[in-house]
Design a protein around this ligand. Structure first.
Ligand code: GYE
Length: 360
């Protein structure tokens, strides 16, 4: 797959934002994360002065990745940077997310950012946005049944799953492990992140003739990962040697469940455990050998969205797809490179320096 990576550093973006918006004296307050998906109300005041008003329909607050994504948006879409942010946390409820977008339309925001909880069911609401003349920028998860948005900024989830599979193949070979019996703890059902990671890993598993004993939904939460792993430990006791967690938080829960069941994991254990996202606590677990590897998903989309908005304000046409750069991290220095989609990619051996340099 061909990738377009916008080479932009956060520092540069911030500098551009400050330079472009230095004269702003908007008096309205920007919204803070509401934390509740109980209703579709959005936080933030309606008036914007000469600020650019942005409504952000966020998925929820299920994971460390999500917290980093929200924080990135709050930092970038600040009054100082010339924005008023209206934020809605849908708590993983698609109906709440659609209502939040309707509320943004009613409030007449300048731009709508949406991180779609699920990948389908978007065409009519995006048509409403189009009819209202409000450009939509999609971040993170993808929309599969409509292209009525200006740009999408996010990750190639299938590539993440493929990378995980290719790393596992090379790692098992290096360790002399001839049989793979894997358990997968999936992310939320219907999320493109879940679909892509599942597909990518399965493609390698099928090619290599591995056994995927089970694949169940852990909802991208620590509690969900723990619950699924508790049931796996009962149903598949002594039968598995790999646990694939589709995000970091699920891996934390899975480790708790394996501790309770007396299953050893990580570099010195019986079970290989990996995660996706690579938040700092997960990279720390990799450094300590509790986890074998983690595959990054970069949550810092907001600076790129800022760039897209600036292009639109200047009458330019932004790229339709903007891919985030991501890395793969492993505990042991035995697989240094994997080939994914025909492209050689480094696997970073985690040291204290690597951990210290992680931005989130
Ligand atoms: O991996 C997970 C979060 O959509 C990529 O959602 C995102 C996923 C991320 O809850 O931690």
């Amino acid at each position: 797959m061909k990738k377009k990576v916008l080479a932009l550093t956060l520092g540069l973006t911030m500098a551009l934002s400050l330079a472009a918006c230095g004269g702003n004296t908007g008096s309205s307050t920007s919204g803070a994360a509401s934390g509740s998906g109980a209703d579709a109300s959005t936080s933030g005041s309606g008036s914007s002065g000469d600020l650019i008003t942005v409504g952000f329909a966020q998925v929820g607050h299920e994971s460390d990745w999500r917290t980093a994504s929200t924080k990135s948006a709050e930092e970038v879409f600040s009054e100082e940077n010339g924005y008023e942010l209206l934020f809605n946390d849908a708590d993983n409820d698609s109906a709440v997310q659609l209502e939040a977008i309707r509320s943004f339309i009613q409030q007449g925001v300048d731009y709508i950012i949406v991180d779609p909880i699920v990948s389908t069911g978007w065409d009519s609401i995006l048509t409403e946005c189009e009819d209202a003349g409000i450009p939509v920028i999609v971040i993170d998860r993808t929309i599969d049944d409509s292209d009525k948005y200006v740009s999408w900024v996010g990750s190639d989830f299938k590539t993440e799953g493929l990378a995980c599979g290719e790393w596992l193949k090379a790692y098992a070979e290096a360790k002399g492990i001839s049989e793979i019996n894997a358990l997968v703890i999936e992310g939320s059902t219907g999320a493109s992140a879940t679909i892509g990671r599942t597909e990518g890993f399965k493609e390698i598993a099928d090619r290599e003739g591995w056994t995927i004993l089970d694949s169940q939904n852990g909802d991208f939460t620590e509690a969900g990962g723990q619950e699924v792993m508790e049931s796996y430990c009962q149903s598949y006791a002594g039968q598995f040697n790999v646990v694939i967690c589709q995000n970091d938080n699920e891996a934390y829960g899975a480790m708790t469940a394996m501790d309770a069941a007396g299953v050893t994991y990580g570099v010195d254990g019986d079970v290989i455990i990996v995660s996706f996202d690579s938040n700092k606590p997960a990279v720390q677990h990799v450094l300590e050998g509790n986890m074998n590897a983690t595959f990054e998903c970069n949550p810092m989309a907001a600076p790129f969205v800022d760039e897209v908005i600036k292009q639109l304000e200047a009458g330019e046409t932004p790229e339709k797809e903007i891919y985030m750069e991501e890395s793969w991290f492993a505990a042991e220095d035995i697989v240094s490179e994997i080939t994914v989609n025909g492209e050689a990619m480094p696997v970073i051996h985690v040291t204290q320096e690597v951990l210290d340099a992680r931005p989130y």
